[in-house]
Write a protein of this length. Structure first.
Ligand SMILES: Cc1ncc(C[n+]2csc(CCOP(=O)(O)OP(=O)(O)O)c2C)c(N)n1
Ligand SMILES: Cc1ncc(C[n+]2csc(CCOP(=O)(O)OP(=O)(O)O)c2C)c(N)n1
Ligand SMILES: [Mg+2]
Ligand SMILES: [Mg+2]
Lengths: 324, 312, 324, 312
């Protein structure tokens, strides 16, 4: 047990899984000798060698496509995409192939793999180093989508994702990578996919937030607490399949819900969560289900803090929802 | 090595299957049928040039590979119909037949995407120290698509044990004026070519597979197919001429196949559709408790409710 | 004015726009001499020649990518994707490039183009000839998305899309292509993007449906009418930007809403429409907003009619919603 | 044709800009700065080898092209800072500078995607009967990405008037062992190569552009860059040696530039950020009435409300 950041926690999960299962291989652009742009795979090349920590050409479609073949053979590839923004050259392979490989073959073949990619804004990276594409993959049947908000969850969820029999998108909030440190066990452990967590208990409004925005939700909750509004915060951790029961239980108590996410609003995951809640807990809703999200524009360079749903933009929606 | 008679017999099965399923497709009994487009001899010969533990990545047109590995006509027709006995559970559309036991991979409908999978599997086999080789089939137009570039490039970089086989339509001019085999140099991959006759294919695929198995890396093999006159007819004439069989024997062989097809199709159409619940199977690996994810279970229940009186 | 199907109506719109604006070019796989897999571009090659009706290599990323350059030069490309299922090799070019071209260059460059693609099931085409990917593009800021349900709308909307200054995804319900005939003017006309249409007036429940599913919604409405439930049906026609005012006005009257679509449910456009209605008309809602959609599985081959939200599956939800 | 002195002067501007912006990037004053990585001489020479009505598709590292076409340091720094005067409205991240007036296209951050745009624009120009030529710049690793394949293939098919210029890192070995220029044959495109010195680049790009303009089709030109010793230093020494300028004159020239940079950066950082509302501009073409789509207007209003006291 020691204080670790998320980069270290993920690195440990990779190391443990590779050590205990020789089918696990890591691959991607500069993941080997360089250890990845964010140094998440550092040291793995030295420990496991070039046959299991593989530097690939610059071609995300090729990375995911070859990983599908490796998975079909029986390996457990863990491809890294340098930024989630660069996942789109691999979109066809993920959406048309990996997601449907088991289904279309009637279970003859499966596609156990974990695609890791940093997501989110806040590093002044502009349009193509900041996006949060989770909704695309949630809309694609056959995938699972995970987004941890802290080092402890990241380590346990990644272990589960690697042991899962199906393709998992594992999105890492890059703004959290080195910003948050906490006690993380040195040994391997798992956190089951599909289980959310109540991060803060409260009475008046339920907030669902994940990744880097969880911290903004917490900051907003602190702020409105001073005005007598008590906020319960749920971190779903696994975005899909969603732990809807946990959210519904919370809404049954509070009667109000706000979802926060960085991605654009239109057809974002917020709409899905809120519509599911409207379906399951309609009579409990005392106020319109609400969202605070990135805008329906590309991710801007200069005004990124205005674009992001930071506490400043969450607070008014919390107050409005609580006082509706 | 397989002999031409064996190739011929498998190819005739594929051809008669094509003719039969084309009728059912036209009549709307099945969704559609991607036929072999007269390339069955090439596909069969390439398949028989491999060892049984080698892997094949076919296109949806390459059912001849599955037949050559022993898939019965009934099993394939069950798939084309998508009935309750379909190996793919009625999920995959016609031509997507796959079998892990036979090492026939799941074909991609997106032209060329399976090529990258093939490279990955070959590379994985090599990383694991296996001696297995991969054959990846494609039609020449697929070389324009993006995954051809990824697949051959990754194969070049990894020296994966793979044979990319282009079934090139020799009656169509390439555009631009570049043969598929000429693209190999862009990836540092060995290229080769041969005519579409089965003896040549047996030899060239056999040799490319041998090189791959020996660690000498990938080959891009362009097979130039002439579809006129019908190559299967030409082989039949040659084998007859050589005395490999008599007209009567060939006739009897084909009649037997037609009867088999008749039985297979009657049986296939008589079988029920897959159960309603099968819609939700093989989406994810079954959980230990057999439960579906909550959202899927809700959808299953709603479908069941809408079809309450339906016995399926 | 004469009876025309949607194939003919779209073909006429293309011909009119090409004749009146020489910047308009049509391009795609076999759109020239062959006239397209569905024969939508038939005759254009003969009329306008190979410089304006362009057969391309089999590479959707190349088709859309070159179209972006052509648009930057000042042309108005109208690329065709053979099936919407094959749009994914072009996904990166659409989502990362076309959608953001104007925004990222501060308006220095624009990207006026119309990507046409047939969508939807019902032709026994299985996984890769049946999908409805509209939500992916609605989630991508900078695009417009259109889906006509009949020949008249198709002709007028396509003309508007081609004259629009921004990239438009124009999805054609392939099951409707030749199944529906109606009076369509021979001359050119436009229908503005962003304007929906009330297809059927009713009192008790609002249904939003588009493309081929509109007809299923109508059939379901007929069926429940016999049971005393009066259904109002809205066809948004342009999916994004959405004519939300029209939908909200209807819900203010009926107090109930059901969205029908073929695409999978999770993060589908239904969630967005319903959440927008919850935000705008919460106090008018007398029943939970509901959806009848494709399932969260890939599109199956055999059981496609069970997968699709046909009238049989719409009816129970209409009754439940009306009687809530 | 441009002379080496002109190339030198533009390249020094680019270099000093790089040095300055690297400091601001490290200090966190700007998001980041994609520098020219010692390829500025190549980029400048290639730019000056073209006519002014020719089009350039740069990577985000190729600001030297914009400078060579007359963009002031202040204008570029405004962009890197993303202030209210940024030509891109604070939308594009550093390196995405674009100018229709200067025929500098919007660079893609997704490596290689701009190459396909370049082919499309060249093809469009040819379809319209214009004599304009396109220069598309890339770093050699981009040849692995999918859009390189699409772009060069479409150029080969259409015979578009385009020069693809690979800035190949001569200090890195290609993997597999294939030079970028060798890939041209896969697409039926002419290939060429030269060293990274500006005279060679002027000549080879000039010649490739001439061919393109004359309807002789595309060229894939591989420029082999050696980054050690610093090529800009080498050119400086050569020009000094030839007497093109004196040490003193060069010193004065650089001091002038440094002052200009000082003014540009001070000015750029003193300027306000773009207005809040600018977040929603250039999403779509402005409507006739200037109204935003309903959903965007609602978002604009909510932002404004959250920043009520903010004067921007
Ligand atoms: C990515 C993708 N785009 C489009 C298609 C549709 N498609 C199937 S085969 C084919 C090409 C047909 O040309 P060719 O291979 O020459 O076959 P031929 O028509 O000559 O038999 C196309 C465009 C596809 N399967 N995948
Ligand atoms: C599609 C895509 N994937 C990944 C990246 C991130 N990326 C930017 S440059 C680059 C390659 C760096 O290698 P090289 O071109 O050799 O530059 P060097 O590091 O040698 O300067 C990568 C992976 C990208 N821009 N686009
Ligand atoms: Mg052909
Ligand atoms: Mg390099």
């Amino acid at each position: 047990m020691s204080q670790k950041n998320m980069v270290k926690a993920i690195n440990e999960a990779l190391r443990h899984e590779m050590a205990s299962d020789d089918r696990v291989v890591v691959m991607g652009e500069d993941v080997g000798k360089v250890g990845g742009v964010f140094r998440v795979t550092e040291g793995l090349y030295d420990e496991f060698g070039e046959a299991r920590v593989i530097d690939t050409p610059l071609n995300e479609g090729g990375i995911v496509g070859t990983a599908i073949g490796m998975a079909a053979y029986g390996l457990r590839p863990v491809p890294e995409i340098q930024f989630a923004d660069f996942i789109f050259p691999a979109f066809d392979q993920i959406v048309s192939e990996a997601a449907k490989y088991r289904y279309r073959s009637g279970g003859e073949y499966a596609c156990p793999m974990v695609i890791r990619a940093p997501i989110g804004g806040g590093i002044r990276g502009g349009l193509y180093h900041s996006q949060s594409p989770e909704a695309f993959f949630i809309h694609t049947a056959g995938l699972k989508v995970v987004c941890p908000s802290n080092p402890y969850d990241a380590k346990g969820l990644l272990a589960s994702a690697i042991r899962d029999e199906d393709p998992v998108l594992f999105f890492e909030p890059k703004r959290v990578y080195r910003a948050v440190k906490m006690e993380v066990p040195d040994e391997a452990y798992t956190i089951p996919l599909g289980e959310g967590r109540v991060v803060r208990e409260g009475e008046h409004v339920t907030v669902v937030a994940w990744g880097a925005m969880l911290y903004e939700a917490i900051a907003a909750a602190e702020e409105v607490a001073a005005q007598g509004v008590s906020v319960e915060i749920v971190d779903p951790r696994t975005l899909w399949p969603l732990d809807l029961d946990l959210i519904v239980r919370s809404v049954e108590k509070t009667g109000r819900i706000v979802v926060v996410h960085e991605a654009p609003k239109a057809c974002g995951f917020g709409a899905e969560i809120l519509q599911l809640v409207s379906e399951r807990a309609f009579l409990h809703l005392a106020a319109p289900p609400a969202r605070v999200t990135g805008f329906d524009t590309p991710f801007p360079y200069t005004l990124e803090n205005e674009y992001l749903p930071l506490a400043r933009r969450i607070v008014p929606t919390l107050l409005e929802t609580a006082r509706y | 090595m397989a002999d031409l008679l064996e190739v011929y017999r498998s190819a005739v099965r594929a051809r008669l299957l094509d003719e039969r399923l084309a009728i059912h497709a036209r009549a709307g009994h099945i969704g559609y049928h991607p036929d072999a487009a007269r390339a069955e001899l090439v596909v069969v010969a390439a398949t028989l040039a491999l060892d049984r533990e080698d892997w094949i990545f076919p296109t949806p047109r390459d059912h001849a590979a599955a037949l050559a590995r022993g898939v019965s006509l009934e099993r394939y027709v069950d798939h084309a119909v998508g009935n309750a006995d379909d190996a793919l559970g009625g999920h995959g559309s016609p031509g997507m037949f796959a079998s892990r036991a036979l090492r026939i991979a799941s074909p991609s409908v997106q032209v060329s995407q399976h090529l990258t999978h093939a490279t990955g599997l070959a590379w994985a086999a090599r990383l694991r120290g296996a001696k297995e080789v991969v054959l990846a089939l494609f039609d020449e137009t697929a070389a324009d698509a993006g995954d051809f570039h990824s697949a051959v490039n990754f194969a070049g970089v990894t020296r994966a044990p793979i044979v990319f086989l282009s079934k090139t339509d020799g009656d169509e001019a390439p555009a631009p004026d570049v043969e598929v085999r000429e693209k190999a140099v862009a990836y540092g991959v060995r290229d080769d070519e041969c005519a579409g006759d089965p003896a040549a294919v047996l030899e060239h695929v056999g040799e490319a597979a041998r090189r791959a198995r020996a660690g000498e890396g990938p080959t891009l093999l362009e097979v130039r197919l002439r579809k006129e006159p019908d190559p299967l007819e030409a082989l039949r004439a040659a084998l007859l001429h050589e005395g490999a069989f008599t007209e009567e024997a060939d006739f009897a062989f084909r009649r037997e196949l037609l009867l088999e097809l008749e039985r297979a199709t009657s049986a296939a159409f008589a079988k029920p559709a897959p159960r309603l619940e099968s819609l939700f199977e093989h989406l994810y690996a079954p959980s230990a408790e057999g439960a579906l994810p909550v959202h899927v279970e809700a959808q299953r229940a709603s479908l069941r409710a809408a079809y309450r009186e339906d016995p399926r």
